[in-house]
Write a new protein. Structure first.
Length: 189
């Protein structure tokens, strides 16, 4: 995997990987959600299907707020839910809840469906699920819907200045989708 990027893929996430000399690849895919529409917010599942990659290697970036109001980032496989209690414990808090979408976008500088753990406007404490470390490479959002960056999970942890912990919960119930505007990772009927 060579460091491949094009001028139009120079998001802050890609620029950070390039600046740090990290071996990576940028992958584009066509998404029906460029404007944020669609029946659910399964951007990561869409990415895995479009790229032909296993859902355990494509990671979603979720922003939560601890009991004290601090925003934190959890990075888990798209096939799993974020265990908010485990995330809270990993950052020394008793509880956490999904952050307000607008607050997540303001803090990271990215839009929902394109939030990357890399190159955020304000670097938030980040925790990567330990399962990611089992793969030679993983995919995370490169900072735009339809754009993923593939890199070694150890490089992801280093670039995001993240910690590694068991924060992935169970898989979501089959047949359930998220409504547009719903907080990511909250499953609704």
């Amino acid at each position: 995997m060579a460091a491949r990027t094009g001028a139009s893929s120079a998001t802050p996430a890609v620029a950070l990987a390039r600046k740090e000399g990290i071996e990576h690849a940028v992958h584009r895919y066509v998404t029906d959600r460029e404007g944020g529409g669609g029946e659910d917010e399964g951007y990561g599942l869409e990415a895995a299907a479009a790229l032909g990659v296993g859902v355990d290697r494509v990671l979603k970036t979720l922003v939560a707020a601890t009991g004290g109001g601090q925003l934190v980032v959890g990075v888990v496989p798209v096939s799993r839910m974020l265990d908010l209690r485990a995330l809270a414990a990993s950052v020394g808090s008793k509880r956490a809840a999904m952050a307000d979408a607008a607050a997540a976008e303001r803090a990271t500088g990215y839009v929902l469906g394109g939030i990357s753990p890399l190159g955020q406007r304000r670097r938030l404490p980040t925790v990567v699920d330990q399962g990611a470390m089992e793969h030679p490479t993983v995919f995370v959002s490169a900072g735009r819907r339809g754009l993923e960056i593939e890199l070694d999970p150890r490089d992801l942890v280093r670039l995001a200045q993240a910690t590694v912990a068991a924060i992935a919960g169970r898989a979501p119930a089959a047949g359930r989708v998220r409504r547009p505007g719903a907080v990511p990772d909250r499953i609704t009927p």
